[in-house]
Design a protein around this ligand. Structure first.
Ligand code: ZN
Length: 199
């Protein structure tokens, strides 16, 4: 017979749906949550609920924000002639943490992957092209991940930007191939940003 109380069974099912969590880690999380103070568990639960209630994508750059426009887009002090393009909005946290970058951002919300049926229309590429065209952007820094999909996406965007006549650069080496922009240490990332090259 199934000895798991219904509340445990439900939580296990929900946790196992999350990326990177298998049956074993789900069980360990449940065991852990049963040992911590109830108000700590409640705080976690309300943080989870608040995530989808208050967080959305910036209408301009698709970064995460709790407002119509993100803090970067609405900051008059940012260099408006440079746009740094990342796959996921979370990658800009690492870039911003270097303190080396003062321009604007654009999150594609993924990468091109013909194998998984992800085409240009599934990303925010058209919105990026429109921004570059309408807002007089002078440089686009392609900071997609150094993976096959990231490189493919960068090349596609570079090709689409060619007729616009904007300068297109790519982050320099230093980011391990197959790695992610979000998980690179800040010194390496700052260097990659300084040494970015033309595409
Ligand atoms: Zn924004």
């Amino acid at each position: 017979m199934d000895l798991r109380p219904p509340a445990v069974r439900t939580l296990l099912t929900q946790l196992e749906r999350l990326p990177g969590i298998g049956p074993r880690s789900a069980r360990q999380l449940v065991e852990h949550l049963l040992t911590v103070a109830p108000d700590e568990v409640a705080a976690t639960a309300s943080a989870l609920a608040a995530l989808r209630e208050s967080v959305r994508h910036c209408a301009t750059c698709f970064m995460l924000t709790d407002d119509e426009q993100c803090a970067v887009c609405s900051d008059p002090g940012r260099e408006r002639g440079v746009v740094l393009v990342v796959e996921e909005p979370t990658a800009v946290w690492a870039v911003e943490g270097t303190g080396e970058y003062h321009g604007l951002y654009h999150a594609l919300l993924g990468h091109l992957s013909p194998l998984h049926g992800v085409g240009p229309g599934d990303l925010t590429i058209e919105q990026l092209l429109r921004r570059v065209h309408d807002q007089g952007v002078q440089e686009v820094v392609l900071a997609t991940n150094p993976t096959v999909e990231g490189e493919t996406t960068a090349l596609y965007i570079a090709r689409r930007l060619q007729p616009v006549g904007v300068e297109v650069t790519r982050l320099a080496s230093g980011i391990p191939v197959g790695g992610e922009v979000a998980s690179v240490d800040q010194v390496t990332l700052a260097q990659a940003l300084q040494l970015r090259r033309k595409v």
